[in-house]
Design a protein around this ligand. Structure first.
Ligand SMILES: [Zn+2]
Length: 234
């Protein structure tokens, strides 16, 4: 449950958003949440990585510069008005995934459901919304929440990959209705992939199938650009 203090802070932010002129979260220019230049800077460079062999992740852009600023504004500054621009970035990652996944084709999107990773209780209390949900809501994609926490993990910041894996191991549980369903996991930013691995473990243990993951952005470690793969460079 939100405290009165959380609710008050959120109401104050929402009231301010009504009176302050809108500025681009990427560059500060007036009149739009994300200006066309910043929006263009975030698209056109889908990244693909395998966090484990056979577990592909497609991200719409690299987690640097403009994309990083826009995502942080959505996550930490209550700029949910940036969601439409990020939805375009996420959609490019989903399109790249659909080209490669088995059974891909124009209708593949209709057969596949995006699965959200659960927010920790403290993150949800702090924000009052789930950033990925807000972004996916601006796309035609279907989003479901087939995972729940069995136990809340400690804060991941500053942990190594092995420490993150230990912190998360066994922390998630698949909901019973997820059995025999296929999911493409969706996250905002992929860094180590530890949360995606735990999500896949929990869903697989619950009898579901995970075909891969998509994200708005990924850190550029261990990734290659899909554009390079096909011989054209943005
Ligand atoms: Zn801008």
């Amino acid at each position: 449950m939100d405290s009165a203090c959380d609710r008050l802070a959120r109401a104050a932010r929402e009231a301010l958003a009504l009176v302050l002129p809108e500025t681009c979260v990427g560059c500060g220019k007036p009149d739009s949440a994300v200006c066309p230049d910043c929006s263009a800077r975030m698209t056109g460079g889908v990244l693909r990585q395998e966090i484990e062999p056979g577990f592909p992740v497609w991200a719409g852009t690299a987690y640097t510069g403009t994309a990083r600023r826009v995502i942080l504004a959505l996550k930490n500054e209550h700029r949910t008005d940036a969601a439409a621009a990020l939805a375009l970035v996420l959609t490019t990652a989903v399109d790249a995934a659909l080209l490669e996944l088995p059974g891909a084709g124009p209708r593949a999107g209709a057969l596949l459901t995006l699965a959200a990773l659960p927010s920790t209780r403290s993150a949800y209390r702090r924000r009052g919304y789930r950033p990925v949900d807000v972004v996916v809501a601006r796309t035609p994609l279907r989003l479901e929440h087939p995972l729940a926490w069995r136990r809340q993990p400690a804060d991941q910041i500053g942990l190594t990959l092995d420490e993150r894996k230990r912190n998360l191991d066994g922390s998630l549980l698949a909901r019973r209705w997820a059995r025999e369903r296929s999911f493409l996991l969706v996250d905002d930013v992929v860094t180590t992939g530890a949360t995606l691995l735990e999500s896949r473990r929990a869903l697989t243990a619950g009898g579901a199938r995970v075909v891969g993951a998509v994200a708005i952005a990924a850190t550029e470690r261990r990734v290659r650009r899909v554009a390079d793969e096909f011989g054209f460079v943005e």
